[in-house]
Design a protein around this ligand. Structure first.
Ligand code: FES
Ligand SMILES: [Fe+2]
Length: 462
């Protein structure tokens, strides 16, 4: 048991003067080998500022889905860390991600959640930007700037350094030296790719059902991320919802039957919980009507044909570092935990359906999603209550000096023939290995100034 006098603040404070040590190391707050993590990383203002600067400006971040911007001129607002960004398609069909700030004096050039436009016209002084980011019009430009004209080409909207897509999802990063998205994902690509594919495992399209749900919770963003990266032990939180049976049909349990749980963690900080069905077992979920029953069974069989033995594996839930989480079998959603300060997170959740699914299946999924996830979803409400109190405990003047315990399943990883990554199965099912890997990566990125350093730190380490 930790002594009350032993501070878990790492070297955040200078031991002599007790002043803030701006050269602290994130690794001093995260003891992966012993599974102890300082509560200061969930509450400290300086740590939060450094996360925004060092993690959210270096990482690949999920910004949206191509089905939200199908046509030239379509746009949606998104976020990257603390910044508002515009995800759009220009007149030539090219995808862009722009900072949502006018290069004149900072007004938001777009204040609608979604729409279609050829130009973003700033409402402050009327500068007008084409949907490819070019500054097209500055009112009375010739007269106003005749003595000192400036080159409009240099004052277009600020664009991210790199954009990449994966099965319709769009990702962006501010880091020119970030590795390609596929390399960034590492072996977690297997699970994410499968979560984003349609139910029959083909290359057909999936699309958003409705618009994103957005709401704010008094929780640190990492507590959300770690929950989805591999926290099976928290299922006790959902005991009452499980009993009520708000899941896929009238049977008890709040979700479809995943089979055996297997957790897989990755050195890049990602973590996924997989479900492994016994050989030959067909699912009996989603049997709410003859149409849904037939649709899911038929697609399940097609997937088995395509994927063979590997078709028994399905990603149930996971987190892609730093803050994108997904459900691959619930049936399909993405949640992004946008940081709003150390004690607040803005949650954006989107729901996916197979584009070619019949209307009755889409209607069934709409009911399923709203019962399960989002601000009104019963399962999400259980989770949020835990995260909110866990966050507020990190602010307590005494409580914050006691580290959190992440010791479950230390040293219990192995490999699995069907699932890439470092896998943990029974008897250490309630392992916190995925979460330890998330925080190891968190510290490595926080303590690095570029991608070369991040890669060097991750080499050989778990
Ligand atoms: S701030 Fe946009 S035109 Fe002035
Ligand atoms: Fe949960």
């Amino acid at each position: 048991m930790t002594d009350i006098n032993k501070s878990a603040s790492g070297d955040l404070f200078d031991p002599q003067s007790k002043e803030r040590n701006l050269n602290y190391s994130a690794r001093s707050l995260v003891d992966i080998e012993n599974g102890e993590i300082s509560r200061y990383i969930f509450s400290d203002e300086q740590v939060y500022k450094d996360e925004i600067e060092r993690i959210f400006k270096k990482s690949w971040l999920y910004v949206g889905h191509e089905s939200q911007i199908k046509n030239p001129g379509d746009y949606v607002l998104s976020r990257m860390g603390d910044e508002s960004v515009i995800l759009n398609r220009d007149n030539d069909g090219k995808i862009h991600v722009f900072l949502n700030t006018c290069t004149h004096r900072g007004m938001k050039v777009c204040r609608y959640d979604e729409g279609n436009t050829r130009n973003f016209v700033c409402p402050y002084h009327g500068w007008s930007f084409r949907n490819n980011g070019d500054l097209a019009i500055v009112p009375q430009f010739e007269d106003t700037y005749k003595n000192h004209p400036f080159d409009k080409k240099e004052w277009g909207l600020v664009e991210v350094a790199q954009i990449s897509t994966l099965r319709g999802t769009v990702w962006a990063t501010w880091a020119e030296d970030a590795p390609p998205l596929k390399e960034y994902l590492g072996e977690a690509f297997f699970g994410l790719d499968r979560a984003l594919s349609p139910w029959d495992g083909s290359d057909d399209e999936i699309e958003l059902l409705g618009s994103p749900q957005k709401w704010i919770i008094p929780s640190n963003w990492k507590i959300v991320a770690e929950n989805f990266s591999g926290d099976l032990a928290h299922n006790i939180s959902h005991a009452s919802v499980d009993k009520v049976g708000i899941g896929t049909d009238s049977k008890e349990g709040r979700r479809d039957d995943p089979g055996e749980f297997i957790l897989s963690g990755y050195p890049e900080g990602h973590g996924i919980i997989f479900g492994l069905k016994p050989p030959g077992q067909e699912p009996n979920d989603y049997q709410t009507s003859p149409i849904t029953t037939a649709y899911y069974l038929e697609n399940w069989r097609r997937r088995q044909e395509r994927q063979g033995e590997s078709g028994r594996v399905n990603p149930v839930v996971g987190t892609i570092f730093p803050n994108m989480s997904f459900h691959g079998q619930q049936p399909r959603t993405i949640l992004v935990a946008h940081p709003n300060g150390p004690g607040q997170t803005e949650m954006w959740r989107v729901y996916f359906v197979d584009k070619k699914a019949p209307p009755e299946v889409k209607a069934f999924l709409r009911r399923y999603y709203t019962r399960y996830s989002g601000p009104a979803g019963m399962t999400e409400q259980d989770d949020m209550e835990n995260w909110n109190y866990a966050t507020s405990s990190c602010l307590g003047s005494v409580a914050r000096n006691f580290p959190f315990n992440y010791k479950a399943g230390l040293g219990a990883t192995q490999s699995h023939p069907l699932i890439p990554g470092a896998v943990t199965m029974n008897p250490a099912l309630h392992t916190e290995e995925n979460v330890r890997r998330l925080y190891k990566r968190w510290a490595d990125v926080m303590d690095s100034s570029n991608w070369q350093e991040i890669k060097a730190k991750s080499k050989g380490g778990k």
